[in-house]
Write a protein that binds this ligand. Structure first.
Ligand SMILES: [Zn+2]
Length: 499
């Protein structure tokens, strides 16, 4: 049925999904390039040749300029999935527009896009809570006033924008209210562009999390204006399914060149770090010497290739169960992205909740530094140890740096086990804290890679896990083996502390 959304794969709170539309199945996460009907910068055929068979255009511009009557698919290439925006962003940019919500909606009914949006009221980046609240209420009211139209036109997937701007309480309210209306098969977070432009990525992460954690997991979720490749994986990790943006062309007109990590100005580049059809054909100098129209078109094509590449890399990371490692790596390309990453870690419980316990092709977890402690697999292990019930009255801790995993099969551990039958035996290990030898074969307790030198914060956190575990479980006697030379030699001081 149109609007059905099937989740195929999950990692963190991200998913690969399939959205059923009138013009076929859309695999998500997916990016909708913005096509301005007044400018023929990049044709739909060109978009298709880069791999985009879906795009978004503006119903308000089409209507106002009388550019289209009848089915939108006849104007553009027919095999594309088309989303139309309502012009709400034009309100934000240029003040009140003269179109009424109902007009814009009936116009969309007439032109029949696959995905439609009613005329919401963007909050923008105001610091006036009352004003923001007004935009939320008005948006909800406009959503309610078209419910009848939606019921009669269910071949269009109608999207309900969520407003509230920087006010998280309003985003929460807006999300809850919008997701109560079953007629809307898609939700979207409105007006985040201002936060992206100002590098306020932490705020943006908070906004996305607040919206996502207050809507149903099963509904596809769009981020308006999410157009720079380096931010896409962070939004996807929180559960954003679709994006749209005009940045590829707006940046190109301004001689800005996207990479998957950052944005360059064309004149900063002596070499193109890319092998797309544009970059393999021209040098930065050649591009710089072209006429501006020609140059911006080529830059736009390159920018789209980068966005496509990023979408694919993110999907591959989800499929492999490596999205955490992927965003961790991404975080080190810019301090603002590190902020985004750290903000996401504040929601590690939320990520853990949706992160599948069994993952596709993942062979083991890659642990780097104290940030890795917040990954779902380690959080889950720490939780598991909290509820661990001692089987014996005494405990024995072997420091595990030199042991082979799975620990239960290591000859040294085997020999220690045979001599200590009346004891609970644990292996102490950075990141994990303690691993009961009896469970050491299960994932991911023997499937990990960690650096030889573990950073101090990780060691301190590990020792603190171990300390609180041993205190909580009230063992009568605790013995430590092989801990003097361990990276965890701090545990010796636990030994002393516990007498
Ligand atoms: Zn390129």
């Amino acid at each position: 049925m149109i609007g059905d959304f099937e989740i195929k794969d999950e990692d963190l709170a991200a998913r690969i999904g399939v959205l059923e539309t009138k013009h076929g199945k859309l695999e998500t996460p997916s990016f909708f390039p913005v096509v301005n009907p007044l400018r023929n910068d990049i044709s739909i055929k060109e978009l298709n040749s880069i791999g985009f068979y879906n795009f978004i255009t503006n119903a308000y511009i089409l209507k106002k300029n009388n550019l289209l009557n009848g089915n939108i698919h006849n104007k553009f290439e027919e095999n594309n999935i088309i989303m139309t925006d309502s012009g709400a962003y034009q309100i934000l940019e240029y003040g009140e527009i003269s179109q009424e919500n109902k007009d814009i909606v009936s116009y969309q009914v007439e032109i029949k896009p696959d995905i439609g949006v009613f005329l919401d009221v963007p909050t923008g980046n105001t610091d006036d809570w009352n004003e923001a609240k007004k935009s939320v209420e008005l948006t909800l009211e406009r959503g309610r006033e078209i419910i009848e139209v939606i019921r009669e036109n269910q071949d269009i997937i109608w999207t309900h924008p969520i407003q509230g701007g920087p006010f998280l309480d309003l985003i929460e309210y807006s999300s809850k209210q919008a997701s109560k209306i079953p007629e809307f098969k898609m939700l979207a977070l409105g007006s985040p562009t201002v936060f992206m432009e100002k590098y306020r990525y932490s705020k943006l992460i908070e906004m996305i999390y607040t919206a996502k954690s207050n809507v149903s997991r099963g509904i596809p979720f769009h981020l308006f204006g999410g157009g720079v490749p380096h931010l896409i994986p962070f939004a996807v990790a929180l559960g954003v399914d679709t994006f749209d943006s005009a940045s590829y062309i707006l940046f190109a007109r301004d001689n800005r060149y996207l990479t998957r990590e950052r944005t360059y100005r064309l004149e900063e580049l002596d070499y193109f770090p890319c092998s797309c059809p544009v970059c393999s054909r021209y040098t930065p100098k050649e591009l710089a010497e072209m006429k501006s129209g020609e140059r911006s078109k080529l830059l736009a094509i390159h920018n789209l290739w980068k966005i496509r590449e990023e979408m694919n890399a993110v999907k591959q990371a989800i499929r492999e169960g490596r999205l955490f490692e992927y965003i961790q790596q991404k975080a080190y390309s810019h301090p603002a992205l590190y902020n985004a990453f750290k903000s996401i870690l504040k929601y590690s419980r939320y990520l853990e909740k949706y992160d599948p316990r069994v993952k596709g092709s993942v062979k083991g977890v890659l642990l780097f530094n104290s940030d890795s402690i917040d990954r779902p697999e380690i959080l889950r292990h720490v939780e598991f140890m909290k509820v661990f019930v001692p089987k014996k009255r005494n405990a024995l801790v072997i420091c595990g740096d030199k042991l082979n995993s799975p620990f239960i099969l290591d000859p040294k551990v085997k020999s220690i086990l045979s001599k200590n039958r009346g004891t609970d035996v644990f292996v102490a290990l950075p990141f994990y804290g303690l691993i009961p030898v009896s469970t050491s074969e299960s994932f991911p307790m023997s499937q990990f890679e960690m650096p030889e030198e573990v950073d101090k914060l990780t060691l301190e956190k590990t020792v603190s896990f171990i300390q609180s575990f041993l205190k909580d479980k009230n063992y009568e006697e605790i013995k430590f083996i092989e801990c003097e030379k361990s990276v965890l030699s701090h545990v010796m001081s636990i030994n002393t502390a516990l007498g």
